[in-house]
Design a protein around this ligand. Structure first.
Ligand SMILES: O=C(COP(=O)(O)O)[C@H](O)[C@H](O)COP(=O)(O)O
Length: 321
């Protein structure tokens, strides 16, 4: 009698990376993309497949494990798709080599893109400016770091970004490069917007209409910034462009555990209320002044042209094949 079909073998490193992305040990859209691509490379390097078809099935299974971790950051499927695009070969060794090359090229491009984006973003910042940040975005930090390297002196209001306080990571990184940091609670943002020259946020995904999907609280900050007349800029490499939105798909907003908001004991004390913990929100394009990418800065409404150029209608999942 035939047993159940065996699942393609996925190496421990891939499961470990997937668990770390799920628990947010590894977080932030660019870092997730970089780590997921690296994990695919480890899958290829450590695969014990002796048939090309087995190797490919394992690679697809590894990609599925990684893809299923967090739904909102499109950099993750975009990274997986990039690696799959160039996998070629008729032997296991050829396939292994092509995955290695593809992963290396992807990671290299990611680095270069962030540096290029940093230079574009830095051009917007002048000596003596004050910025306000939300969450922790390596793309935003690249802009500020480049401006500091150019000799500009900057100050920052850093929102703590409840519930997980990623603003603390930003505060630490900015203090390290000599930015004068003031940490504020999220609800104090509006009070200080008059003292701010630029609001800088990152993105997990950018939709075809120019909407920015980023850490929860971004949209409220953007509406307040517009009301106060403070420019709001989104720093996002093109890997954050969501090709699925070209064909009408929407971006899933990840809902995270109640325990990130309140522990069981505190919840019991206040009658165990329903707790909702969306990780991201959507900022409509009319509240965003510019999207800064490695290819220059774009008004949000024109980002669709860049998206079509770079991705066509390509939002397939080759790992499902
Ligand atoms: O919203 C977040 C992080 O959310 P989380 O902490 O839930 O992952 C960041 O602004 C974007 O991911 C961009 O980051 P980067 O610019 O580094 O790609």
């Amino acid at each position: 009698m035939n047993g159940a079909p065996t699942e393609p073998e996925v190496v421990d490193e891939v499961h470990g990376v997937a668990a770390d992305i799920g628990s947010m040990e590894i977080r932030g859209a660019a870092t997730i993309a970089d780590t997921a691509a690296r994990a695919l490379g480890v899958q290829a390097a450590e695969s014990e497949a002796d048939e090309p078809s087995t190797f490919r099935a394992q690679l697809r299974a590894a990609a599925r494990v990684l893809y299923d971790t967090r739904p909102t950051a499109v950099s993750l499927p975009n990274a997986l798709r990039y690696v799959f695009r160039d996998v070629e070969g008729t032997t296991v060794e050829e396939l292994r080599t092509s995955v290695r090359a593809s992963v290396a090229e992807f990671r290299d491009r990611l680095d270069t893109a962030q540096n290029d984006l940093g230079r574009v973003g830095a051009n917007r910042l002048r000596d003596g400016d004050t910025v306000m940040t939300h969450c922790h975005s390596t793309d935003v930090l690249a802009c500020i770091e480049t401006a500091v390297e150019q000799g500009k002196s900057l100050s920052a209001y850093v929102k703590e970004t409840r519930p997980r306080n990623q603003g603390h990571i930003t505060a630490d990184a900015l203090a390290d490069i000599g930015v004068d940091v003031t940490l504020i609670v999220d609800s104090a943002a509006r009070r200080y917007l008059n003292d701010v020259d630029h609001v800088l946020v990152g993105a997990d995904s950018i939709a075809a209409d120019g909407s920015v999907i980023n850490k929860i609280g971004t949209s409220g900050l953007a509406v307040n910034a517009r009301d106060r007349g403070t420019p709001i800029v989104c720093a996002a490499q093109t890997i954050k462009l969501h090709p699925g939105t070209l064909t009408g798909h929407t971006v899933d907003i990840e809902m995270r555990a109640e325990s990130e908001v309140i522990d069981d004991e505190q919840a019991a004390k206040i009658g165990d209320p329903t707790v909702l913990n969306p990780a991201f929100d959507v900022t409509p394009p009319r509240y965003v002044d510019a999207i800064v990418t490695e290819r220059g800065q774009y008004p949000p409404e024109s980002i669709v042209t860049l998206m079509r150029d770079l991705f066509g209608e390509g939002s397939d999942h080759p790992w499902d094949a």
